[in-house]
Write a protein of this length. Sequence first.
Length: 711
Amino acid sequence: MEGGAATERVEEPGGAGMDDLDPSRRYLLGRLDLLAGRVAAFVAARRRTDHRPDDPFRGLYLADADVARLLTPRAGMPPVDDAGARGDVENRADQAEAAGQDVRLRRLARAFALPAAAVEMLVAALAPDVDRRFEGLYGYLHDDVTRRRATPWLALELAGLSPFDPASRALFLDHGALVESGLVVVEEPERPFLSRSLRVTDRVCRHLLGDDHTDRALHRLTADDPPHLVGDPDALARALSEHVRLCYLRDTSGAAAGWARAAFARLGVGALVLDLERLPAGEAVSALFRAALLEARLTGRGLVVGPVDVLAERSVADVWALAELRWPLVAFGRRSWDPAWAKEIPLLLDVPLIEQDARDQLWSAALRERCEPGLELAAVTASYRLTPEAVSRAATGAFLQASFHGRAVTAEDLRAGARGQNAAGLEHLAHRIRPEVDLAALVLPAEPLELVHELVARVRRRATVLHQWGLRQTGRRGDGIGALFAGPPGTGKTLAAEAVAGELGLDLYTVELATVVDKYIGETEKNLDRVFDQAERVNGVLFFDEADALFGKRSEVNDARDRYANVEVAYLLQRMEAFDGLAILATNLRVNLDEAFTRRLDLLVEFPLPDEQDRLRLWRRCFGTAVPLAADVDVEYAAKAFEMSGGDIRNVALSAAYLAADAGRPVTMTDVVRAIQREYRKLGRLCVEAEFGPYWSIVAPRPDSGGERHG
């Protein structure tokens, strides 16, 4: 408790005096010296009236010698009740502020609208955290050495205020200026009011001493300065300057934070940007928002917080807690504003979509000449609708991939980095497939193949056509693209969906009907809403196989089940229209689909059964170059004689390969014919001599088979 140690705490290292301190700390130290003078006067008065100088238990609290040592004046300490000293402290602060220098205690008092008495209370509560001498002195005045912090009684006494005055007592109530703002915490509520401990929050103490690092709990949500890519910051800044406290930006591209930050910058203030996507599950937000408000007021910054959807999914009360912060706030989210979220009516704005040129600039700036020569960065990344922050993370991921392989960033590295930004939420509702094929793997007639290529082009060029050229369909709520792949089983619909995803560098998400369809009324719609909502958060292709199970025709209403089934289909129509991604539906029975879906689809691709030439290409592709084939394998005959789909041909090639591998030899024509026989059995087709020709003897029924020719 030595005074010398305390002096070293408040002065610059090396024993610098007050004249060598910055104006902000010099003013704070001056106010503490004035407080020390008042404390010294109180201690002196207490010693004159203390009638227990020989109390044997006095040493348990504080010895007189210790009191004398604590009262030893520090060099330059003003005399007690010296009005001139107070005037000198204030005059030097006036001069510093007139010169444009920051005096934090004064700025804090203005930002929090603190009356002079509240500032005195704040300094009294702060003193033990800055100068250890006050610990012992406060203990002496409390007649309890364990009471080392100020109490309402002591703070009021030192300021010359009466504890009987309701206005003075209100300074320490929950609605008081000090407590409500989070500057001071009143602890030990079980004690009588006047003897409760007062503590200045650590963040406030650090701020007054010149430290602007945010608290750890808040720092993990603090986003880096987002770039300004869209929107007029002057218009938003004008609205914020005209007493608009709450603004909500509906944002589907991730540009809201940058727009809001730019608007606050136009007003000459910074922005505290909080990313609620980083909020740990289950964490209470009320204390977090109070800390954010305190941080914003201390540093004079506006609040930019979102996406609000995260809070809305947890509780409406959490959104309410955010909206009720008494400070300029720009919130943003993907959803439309719900009036139940706040009592106050916010300014509602829609954030424009990020132009493709701006996205290209983000990618270029993030990679900084790290790409391999000749890589067309814009062409590779055109399919990705990432937020600015996600672009930065994806570029970093691509660079790490390239570094691992010891090369410059390639197109595959970029795709891996972008796929790494996909959230895992959709994987609980759909099966995620990383494509291993592209459009070159498709064996299709010219017309459907051309339509599949057109589908890829639509995804890549939709920003140009819909927004730059202004061809977005009136009344349509989403920018998504829907396609229907229709055709018999095994004609390549699923493979084509995977190839489209692979060509775009996206993952394919196959919706699991078992996780979507529910026997209870209304549950299927809820599950589908979760599917589409999660799909809009990832860069992927949403694939509905056997789509007629979900998108079937609406029927005439004969009972309640028919009515609810029709409601389900109607909901799907609306949700598909509002979807912003790429959705591919596949069906074996196109006639079973509701006509309204066909009208809303962008492309319809018919997958026919392959002709002889396509079957030959499929046979050769299925066997590839690694499978050892015997000289008698005649794929030309197989393509000509057996009319099968691509899926059937693949099954045959696989079965023949297993037969050969088990026998430890190359694949023979006998293996191929026997595999065709097995596939025909699965399909319920007859094996006839006219079709098998010279290979009929391999599959011909034996005499004891009763003449059965099913193989």
